[in-house]
Design a protein around this ligand. Structure first.
Ligand SMILES: *Cc1c(COP(=O)(O)O)cnc(C)c1O
Length: 382
């Protein structure tokens, strides 16, 4: 085992103002899942994403996806199209509402939902079931915007509502527009390792003000307007605490700095590894794409590099450096393998050969050199 200090994949990074907002919550006794920090955090997110959006802060990104599916009328037996190459949280809420996930493969430019297989899936579902899937969930994985023009065009052609999973993509831009502002709904996540954190938390971005009102209602146990506890809907306990929202307000002050730092780390890795055979990066495929570069991801061609993804991951681990294979596609997961999948194996190949490198803002030049040094050593060892 290496005696050198651990280099983590992705760490939370506080900006300095978080404690001030938390202290305010304590001083005013707003230690509950509502209050001035929750309202303030929602306003900050709205100010960032656009005044035409309506934001509800929730306990997680997963909760946001769940409440969106409920409001989109998805229920037992409905079909929902989901990008296969993602974290399981994108797909689990489809099962919470009793619906059937239909998995669609990625395309090689963005690693996100392939418009070609998306359309193929829709046509085949219509042929098989007589109706189109109700909702589609494209994901902006690792912060890379999906090809939203093509995806929205297909969604409109078949009348399918879009729920964007922007959990990893706060601050990413596609054709001048923020990820999370294309769909009828979008989820954001502020889990510990995301681009900003509230220790745990999320938000639902709604395009209609009415939907934000319903989201808040459902997220607070669906209490009817009565002096006693009266319920005519099933409710959830999904609001964000006023303490966590205080962290979020502090984090919003440094969001742009975090994005700049992650992009700079990505740029440095690319420079340092540009002459390394068999290593390629997830890169903006053109000027329309401005990823927040949440995590720097590489693909290893074992024939050209002389080592495999797993060889490299183990060497990193022995050197006390945390790396992680890319997301294992949902259609290959034991819980989801029985559901339909449309694709050609692109996501599976990415999973087999891809690795996330340490990417958080606190990494020093020395840390990056240690990471790159392991790659160089793996190459020379061949
Ligand atoms: C983190 C994440 C989520 C879920 O967010 P939580 O806040 O952890 O519930 C959903 N989708 C993707 C792609 C994620 O990375």
């Amino acid at each position: 085992m290496s005696s050198q200090p651990k280099i983590w994949l992705s760490l939370a990074q506080m900006g300095g103002q978080e404690q001030k907002f938390i202290q305010e919550a304590f001083d005013t006794n707003w230690v509950v899942p509502l209050g001035p920090n929750v309202d303030g955090f929602e306003r900050d997110l709205q100010g960032y994403l656009g005044e035409d959006k309506h934001i509800v802060a929730l306990s997680s990104g997963t909760a946001a996806l769940h409440l969106a599916l409920i409001q989109m009328g998805v229920g037992e037996g409905d079909e929902v199209i989901c990008q296969s190459f993602t974290f399981s949280a994108s797909a689990n809420p489809i099962r919470y509402v009793g619906a059937i996930p239909i998995f669609v493969d990625s395309e090689p430019d963005t690693w996100n939902m392939s418009p070609k297989f998306l359309e193929e899936a829709i046509r085949d579902r219509i042929a098989q079931t007589g109706r189109a899937p109700k909702v589609m969930i494209p994901v902006h994985l690792y912060g890379m915007p999906a090809k939203m023009d093509e995806i929205m065009a297909i969604a409109n052609r078949y009348g399918i509502a879009v729920l964007e999973d922007a959990a990893e993509a706060l601050g990413s831009i596609y054709k001048g527009q923020f990820c999370g502002t294309f769909g009828e709904f979008a989820c954001l996540s502020f889990n510990g390792n995301k681009i900003i954190t509230t220790s745990g938390g999320g938000a639902l971005v709604c395009s209609r003000a009415d939907d934000a009102v319903v989201t808040k209602f459902l997220a607070t146990q669906a209490r009817d307007n009565a002096p006693h506890y009266q319920h005519s809907h099933i409710g959830y306990n999904y609001r964000l605490s006023n303490i966590c929202a205080g962290i979020g307000r502090g984090q919003m002050l440094v969001l742009d700095q975090h994005i700049a730092a992650r992009r700079s780390i990505n740029h440095k890795y690319k420079e340092m590894l540009k002459d390394c055979p068999g290593i390629s990066f997830l890169e903006n495929p053109g000027p329309a794409f401005e990823s927040n570069m949440w995590l720097t991801c590489i693909i290893i061609d074992p024939h050209k590099a002389g080592f495999s993804r797993e060889d490299l991951r183990l060497k990193m681990e022995a050197a006390n450096i945390e790396t992680r294979p890319l997301w294992k596609p949902m259609h290959l997961q034991p819980i989801f393998h029985e559901y339909p999948f449309y694709g050609d194996g692109t996501a599976e190949t990415l999973f087999n050969n891809g690795l996330c490198l340490p990417s958080h803002p606190a990494l020093t030049q020395q840390d990056l050199e240690r990471v790159v040094g392991i790659i160089d050593l793996s190459r020379l060892a061949q």
